[in-house]
Design a binder for this molecule. Sequence first.
Ligand code: HEM
Length: 448
Amino acid sequence: MAVLQTLHKGLPPGPRGTLVGGNLSQIGPRRVDFFLELARTYGPIASFRAGRWRLFLVSDPSLIQQVLVTDARSYVKHFGVRTFKPVLGNGLLTSEGEFWLAQRRLLQPPFLKAQVLSYAPVMAELAEAMLAKWTPGKSVNIEFEFSALTSAIALKTLFGLDDHGDRERIDSSLRLTFALLTVRLDALFQLPLWLPTAANFRLRRAIADVNAVIDGFIAQKMSRPLGSDLLSTMIAAQREDGTRMTPQQLRDEAMTLYLAGHETTALTLTWSWYLLSQNPEAEKTLVEEWRRVLNGRAAQASDLPSLPYTSAVINESMRLYPPAYVIGREATADLELGGYRVKKGYTILMSQWVNHRDPKYFPEPERFRPERWLDGLAARLPKFAYYPFGGGQRLCIGVHFALMEAAIVLATVGQKYKFTLDADAVIDIMPQITMPPRYGMPATLARR
Ligand code: HEM
């Protein structure tokens, strides 16, 4: 790790805060606005404080690379991720060190590109099944529809399970859990979860509900001969050597994969349709591409190289509305970053929302222009100018899965239906662990 000769004495520049809360009151519910303002005002490395936490917002791609790649071994996930441990447990998103590495190796095979290609028919089939239930003229919440679809896809491809009523139960409990945990994250003083407060009681009940459904998925799987799906692989690994995966560990990994494996892709689809509804020219180009290449049939994995505009729409949607809009790491040792001292325990935030709006790399950054991706932009960008899936050793395990799923679902749905956003719909972001629309995405279905 490179140590500069001349280190700045103090902290990087940043806004003044209050004695107790620091800058908490300035962060607000649309925290991405605060991040953007911070980067624009104070530059590539800015400092602020949230209660007892000292944070740096780093927005220079080469500094992000230093944190996520070069110095990755000296950082762990930050307190924001740890806040969600009561529901995610010690799964792949939250675990660290040797333990994380062993689990990552165990869970990697089904996510390799070659394996992911085999899920394409199921993705298209389940998208068609959703369409069979739709009727033109019906009003739907786009976010809800895509969340139901991507979770059915995750259950089938990763767990080898068919969709059933429990999925709705787990999804509503998960929503409540994340809303309540986000309130805890924002609170200055987090009361221990065991205290008998009304909020803690609701949270504990929602988590118990989520756990009961996940346990039900596992029990259902164990009651039949094991298959080749990921959940079967995890159960088999547990049986081979009980010390490797305890029942609790199995639950934590299953929970993590179920959550990470559907919500983010559902949001990519939701925001893509929102952006297309606001940009009819782009939608027209997209529909023409599908007509030319697919001519009404469901998309297959082998079609994807022939659908560059579809990929460009997905890239551009994740640029403007990155489902994971911030990544955080906590230093486990005293380090240097951008000429400043990072003390052990400091938190480094890197925000895709900020980087993806940098006019240096994305001229007219607020405009939805899928065309910008068509002339090899991805290869020209420096690493970490665009990073919807993170990077370094903790790169999203589901990157191929998500990109293929988004393209197949977009093309399958978009050839048959279009959405008209309700005239009185209020569209805003709600940054939590991911970034859903705050008031949903109400729209009316019409046949294309
Ligand atoms: C558009 C869809 C998706 C986006 C934008 C996304 C984004 C991300 C990001 C940014 C990270 C890194 C977090 C960090 O470094 O702190 C991550 C990690 C992860 N993602 Fe995704 N993800 C998506 C889809 C998926 C899918 C489909 C799956 C599984 C089926 C998945 C499973 C995971 C897991 C398990 C990790 C933790 C990996 C590790 O630390 O080893 N994600 N994702």
